[in-house]
Design a binder for this molecule. Structure first.
Ligand SMILES: [Zn+2]
Length: 221
């Protein structure tokens, strides 16, 4: 599949490697009529999902829609919106795979850290990391075209990461956390003064919180 021009979207990238067969069995899919586009991404797709089939009473992302008057989602966007793992787990999607990673799992966390700071995926790719499991953030993630600087969707924030610059900052925050410093102390402190307080620092504190001695003690105890 080619990602060119007007069909470029995170949901297409994901859908190329991830299908929710159970969801697709439940949905009634329609073929797009002339002028039909997805409300969320604004693209046309071979399979569209009329919104009225979906329970949307708690859905709050109407303001992010590209096509405000459309009453359809494309199947790729509907798949992300209706598959819980996209909300609950960190997601690393590139042109070959979609990986779901659980932050509290050491091996998953290590894989995520590698993707962020050491060996980012080959473009095109998109990464989302939840800060609140109720929100649909994967569809907000930006498509990244280069590995030297890219966006990570962290909760509602798009955090710009430059691995060559931020690797050291990550390692500094991690060392402070491992030595027993609290998040509040780090936010107030001067040791990471170049980035405090910011979405980037919040993000670094989220991914290092598991390294704190009290977290590890809780798990062992
Ligand atoms: Zn769409």
């Amino acid at each position: 599949m080619e990602y060119t021009g007007n069909n470029l979207s995170v949901s297409r990238l994901v859908f190329h490697n991830f299908r929710n067969a159970e969801l697709e069995r439940r949905l009634r899919l329609t073929s797009p009529q002339e002028g039909d586009v997805c409300a969320y991404c604004g693209n046309k797709f071979d399979f569209m999902v009329p919104m009225k089939q979906l329970e949307l009473s708690r859905y709050t992302d109407w303001h992010l829609h590209q096509a405000r008057t459309s009453v359809l989602f494309c199947l790729p966007c509907a798949t992300i919106l209706r598959t819980d793992d996209f909300r609950r787990k960190a997601v690393v999607a590139d042109s070959k795979t979609v990986r779901f990673l659980t932050m509290a799992e050491p091996s998953d966390r290590e894989a995520l850290i590698q993707s962020l700071f050491y060996t980012p995926p080959d473009p095109l790719f998109a990464i989302s990391i939840p800060s609140d499991y109720r929100k649909h953030i994967m569809l907000r993630a930006k498509l990244n075209f280069v590995r030297s600087q890219f966006y990570v969707q962290f909760g509602e924030h798009a955090v710009l990461l430059m691995p060559d610059v931020h690797r050291n900052v990550y390692e500094s925050v991690k060392a402070l956390i491992q030595s027993g410093a609290s998040s509040a102390q780090i936010v107030r402190g001067t040791s990471i003064s170049s980035i405090r307080p910011s979405p980037l620092l919040s993000f670094l504190l989220e991914i290092t919180k598991f390294d704190h001695p009290s977290y590890r003690k809780d798990r062992e105890g």
